[in-house]
Ligand binder design. Structure first.
Ligand SMILES: Cc1cc2nc3c(=O)[nH]c(=O)nc-3n(C[C@H](O)[C@H](O)[C@H](O)COP(=O)(O)OP(=O)(O)OC[C@H]3O[C@@H](n4cnc5c(N)ncnc54)[C@H](O)[C@@H]3O)c2cc1C
Length: 395
């Protein structure tokens, strides 16, 4: 079917940030369409699905029981030869089934009046200055609109940004008897997973998403070797390979009537590359700003998107970028030393106040003891002053 349709807003990309953006736009009564290249919303899934229920609330979603796979109560952090455990106390952490969750979002979005077209690949975007509209060419016809929102994920970011912010990742869904039901595992090893870590996210007793990411590694070999450290008896149910972005947010999210949201705007956490919350908020805030601008015609309303996103996440992301710098400089010996110092402090106190969505404060408290600071200051000199606890926007 060939289409030539006009909307107030065209959103390219039908995942969390694009759908939430469209939901807010449709809610205000404007016409909006989401164009998704894949043939099914939520599939292929390339996400661990770890998110806090507080974040879901902020995004305006009450996840259905089918979307929530599992509750997480603790995290085991391992270095080469040391480990410690943090209990998840202040946030309720869950693992979402992104295939199901994204469909739930799509349903909510279309209920407010948005259109969603799958198998629709955005091929080119041009602004016609005479008509004052975007002309969006797809394999499914031509769309035109007053606003264009780019929610095409990391594939869009890669085209314009320095590749140093990109790491390669692999994640498998596996079944194995050793998988405990309520604890995530995060393993640091500067040789095997340079600049990142390996993880296990349980989705049920005996089932987990297990992955690795790092700079310049062979993710397939590295992940196979990580899995084998737990034993040779397991079954692989699903495999995904995807780049992740840890380079921080773009400086500009708004260019005239074109906005960029989510992974495409670099809105994933520089520490963990988690983005359901921060990318989703990008979508919500962009959608609200477009809706407001359509009422007032005041450009400042459009720019509120960027201002508000930075006021929520700006400082937190800046601090995460600093922690990333530290991680990049630590070898296994220093990691072991830090882990051993951390395991001697009162982790219960930190567990009580630690926030999953704004975790820089918890990292500051873990690294902020005199002995750890002394160790880090020999590596980082004056920069170490960045490790000062900041307040979480939740508190
Ligand atoms: C291995 C892995 C594990 C992760 N684990 C977690 C986690 O546990 N918790 C967490 O919070 N985050 C996690 N993330 C990050 C999270 O998945 C992303 O931050 C989030 O999905 C970003 O949403 P988005 O809508 O911005 O982009 P995406 O989810 O990347 O969606 C972009 C969409 O645009 C579509 N698209 C692309 N190009 C076009 C085109 N030309 N035309 C039409 N459509 C197009 C794509 O098909 C896709 O549906 C993980 C990421 C990876 C890779």
């Amino acid at each position: 079917m060939s289409k030539n349709i006009t909307f107030d807003v065209v959103v390219a990309g039908g995942s969390v940030s694009g759908l939430l953006c469209a939901r807010e736009i449709a809610r205000s009564g404007l016409s909006v369409v989401v164009l998704e290249e894949d043939s099914e919303i939520g599939t292929p899934e390339h996400c661990g699905g770890l998110v806090s229920l507080k974040a879901m609330e902020k995004l305006g979603i009450l996840p259905s029981s089918r979307s929530i796979l599992h509750n997480i109560n603790k995290a085991q952090l391992l270095s080469h030869s040391k480990d410690f455990e943090l209990r998840v106390q202040s946030d309720k952490l869950v693992v979402m089934d992104r295939r199901e969750f994204d469909k739930q979002l799509a349903f909510q979005t279309q209920k407010f009046g948005a259109y969603i077209f799958t198998k629709t690949l955005v091929m080119s975007i041009n602004y016609d200055s005479i008509d004052r509209r975007f002309k969006i060419k797809t394999n499914n016809g031509l769309f035109s609109s007053n606003f264009f929102v780019d929610a095409r994920g990391i594939s869009s970011l890669i085209k314009t940004q320095n590749r140093s912010g990109i790491l390669q990742s692999a994640q498998y869904e596996i079944y194995a008897d050793w998988i405990s039901s309520d604890s995530i595992i995060v393993k640091f090893d500067s040789e095997k997973y340079p600049q990142f870590f390996a993880w296990v996210i349980p989705i049920a007793k005996g089932k987990a998403k297990i992955g690795v990411a790092g700079s310049k590694i062979n993710t397939i070999q590295t992940l196979d070797s990580f899995i084998s450290t737990f034993g040779s008896k397991y079954s692989t149910i699903r495999k995904i390979y995807a780049p992740i972005w840890v380079g921080g947010p773009l400086k500009n999210f708004v260019n005239e009537f074109s906005l960029v949201v989510g992974d495409a705007a670099g809105q994933t956490k520089p520490t963990t590359a988690g983005g359901i919350f921060s990318c989703g908020m990008g979508g919500v805030l962009a959608g609200k700003s477009i809706s407001e601008f359509k009422k007032t015609n005041d450009k400042d309303d459009l720019n509120q998107y960027q201002k508000k996103w930075y006021s929520i996440f700006g400082k937190e992301f800046q601090q995460m970028l600093f922690f990333r710098k530290i991680l990049e400089r630590l070898d296994n010996k220093s990691l072991d030393e830090i882990f051993s110092l951390v395991s001697n402090i009162d982790l219960n106190e930190i567990s009580k106040s630690a926030s999953f969505d704004f975790h820089s404060m918890a990292i500051s408290r873990l690294l902020g003891t005199k002995k750890t600071m002394r160790l880090l200051s020999t590596m980082l000199g004056n920069e170490i002053r960045h490790i000062l606890p900041t307040r979480s926007p939740y508190t």
